[in-house]
Design a protein around this ligand. Structure first.
Ligand code: FAD
Ligand code: SF4
Length: 509
């Protein structure tokens, strides 16, 4: 007998290893309790994962596949992958196990030892979950000292013929339409674009059962399992995509970087939790957006901006992970060593922008990109927080968090812990950025414009302290060397005061 082992984040609509049922084939899935406790994953993330797995297996059963399934609550209690697979090998006389290459480095590299323990061969097959196979990315990256997302993105658009003219030029003449996107909060307040509501969450019996089990088995994990708000099936995911294309894509580009108090999603797609489980494929999301443009239903700046995220950033980040692991997890270029602030899991901080983002993460296991990058990421970068602690926090808090996407985004993109392998500069920003792009400052106890006194926004001293601390590293950087020069021109008494203020603030968190 053969076992096709389907991992929880590989719920592909056309799984290449199971084209049709066969009498010598089992399809198995395992909910591993120990895996669910590697870190304190958000309860909604675990509910989404296990619900999606149970739906997927139920669907295979309906299609006449012979399925094996280990639930969290099945005996032996709290079994890991090895125990369950050993049981199946014996009970069902499994002689070989096949699976798609796992998306996680450690899982892939644990397979030889697992095979030895089980006494059966484990065969991996190339994953079709991403557009760019790992080997293709490695070939493209070979010999390059720094990698640029933009170069990779243009290559893919050309080679895959996405949003291109018949003459092989980028649609509309430009590769990048950012000048029409990323509009400020002031413009948002003027135009008052209506944010359409999301469809109500589907609470089917599977989701309800899983939520009850998750809240019982993982009581100390953040969030409330019962509040899961995204779909857990392929059909639900397709509806979710359709709804985004119809209602939010049009305004995605202009308000991509805007932050609005009390609004966690705005015009973002919330497709990452579904893409990362395999419930949606990247190419169908890209084609749906491109079709909306060609049908005249969404403007080019929004469509290009959205496609850039999936074809550009997502594929690039995935490629970087496989290129740089396992050393990547250990990087700490800036020597950051501060433990997480006390309020990381409660949001109880007077900084309104930060507290709003943390509440979004705790309540919904979601923040949009700018909250992750320019609010929380910026705070963790400027505050010198330890990369492994920050990575753990991000991995715990989001519906879409998986190792391949968190490691490069947290260590490379926000913390510059890899020394700038793909980010050309650290994404450091002061209060002016928050004030321009969002309206949190309006209801904050601090004042973004004040540099001194008890109401001064903490981002002011944190920002300059960061450049003071790392002046030697960044003085020659063409994109931020200017900030170091400004720091160096400040009188030493002012520099000392800024340093002390930043230190006092961070010590109190
Ligand atoms: C510190 C940090 C941590 C992040 N952690 C994750 C994570 O764990 N999982 C995750 O999927 N994304 C992560 N991202 C990327 C991005 O923030 C999320 O994909 C996005 O916010 C998800 O919301 P959305 O689906 O509404 O995205 P949209 O804004 O609607 O974008 C569309 C899609 O583009 C893709 N995308 C955009 N940027 C990235 C990126 N930098 N890396 C990978 N995919 C991208 C996602 O699939 C997303 O669904 C992280 C970014 C940062 C800065
Ligand atoms: S004043 Fe400072 S801390 Fe408060 S919301 Fe604005 S940027 Fe954030």
């Amino acid at each position: 007998m053969r076992l096709i082992w389907i991992l929880g984040d590989q719920l592909l609509p056309s799984h290449p290893l199971i084209p049709s049922p066969s009498p010598d084939l089992y399809v198995g899935m395992i909910e591993s309790y120990p895996r669910g406790t590697h870190v304190q994953y958000h309860q909604q993330k675990l509910t989404l994962l296990y619900s999606a797995m149970r739906h997927y297996s139920a669907d295979l059963k309906k299609r006449k596949f012979r399925t094996l399934y280990h639930h969290l609550t099945d005996s032996p209690a709290r079994a890991d992958y090895t125990t369950t697979l050993a049981q199946w090998v014996e009970q069902h006389r499994i002689r070989e196990i096949h699976l798609l290459e796992p998306n996680e480095y450690d899982s892939l590299h644990s397979l030889p030892a697992l095979s030895k323990k089980l006494g059966v061969p484990i065969v991996t097959h190339p994953s079709t979950q991403f557009l760019v196979p790992r080997t293709e990315f490695a070939t493209w990256a070979s010999g390059k000292k720094h990698l640029l997302m933009e170069t990779h993105y243009r290559r893919l658009r050309t080679e895959r013929n996405i949003l291109m003219t018949p003459q092989g030029q980028p649609e509309g003449g430009d590769w990048n339409l950012d000048d029409q996107n990323r509009r400020t909060f002031r413009e948002f307040a003027k135009e008052k674009p209506q944010v359409p509501p999301l469809p109500p969450p589907v609470k089917d019996p599977i989701v309800q059962e899983v939520a009850a089990q998750v809240s019982k088995l993982f009581p100390h994990h953040p969030g409330l399992a019962a509040d899961l708000w995204v779909p857990t099936t392929r059909a639900g995911a397709l509806d979710w995509l359709k709804q985004f294309i119809r209602q939010r894509l049009e305004k995605f580009g202009p308000w991509e970087d805007t932050m609005v108090d009390g609004e966690n999603i705005l015009f973002h797609s919330v497709l990452s939790p579904l893409l990362n489980l395999g419930l949606l494929t990247p190419i169908e999301c890209i084609h749906a957006a491109e079709k909306a443009y060609r049908d005249g239903k969404a403007p080019l700046n929004s469509v290009e901006g959205f496609i850039r995220q999936i074809l550009g950033w997502r594929e690039f980040i995935h490629g970087i992970y496989w290129l740089k692991m396992p050393e990547y997890r250990e990087v700490n270029f800036l020597g950051a060593d501060r433990p997480l602030p006390q309020w990381a899991y409660t949001g109880k901080t007077e900084m309104r922008c930060v507290s709003q983002a943390i509440h979004g993460a705790v309540d919904h296991a979601y923040n949009h990109h700018i909250q992750r990058l320019m609010v929380l990421g910026n705070y963790f970068l400027l505050g010198g927080y330890e990369p492994k602690a920050v990575l753990r926090w991000y991995t715990e808090m989001y519906l879409d968090a998986y190792d391949w996407v968190m490691v490069p985004n947290v260590l490379g993109m926000i913390l510059f812990a890899d020394g700038g392998f793909f980010a050309t500069k650290p994404y450091a920003a002061g209060a002016a950025y928050q004030d321009k792009m969002g309206n949190h400052c309006a209801s904050c106890r601090f004042d973004p414009k004040k540099k001194d006194g008890p109401d001064a926004c903490p981002f002011h001293s944190l920002y300059w302290n960061f450049f003071g601390q790392h002046a030697k590293l960044f003085g020659k950087n063409p994109r931020i060397g200017m900030m170091v020069k400004i720091w160096e021109k400040k009188p030493s008494a002012e520099q000392k005061e800024i340093r002390q203020k930043a230190q006092r603030f961070l010590d109190a968190q």
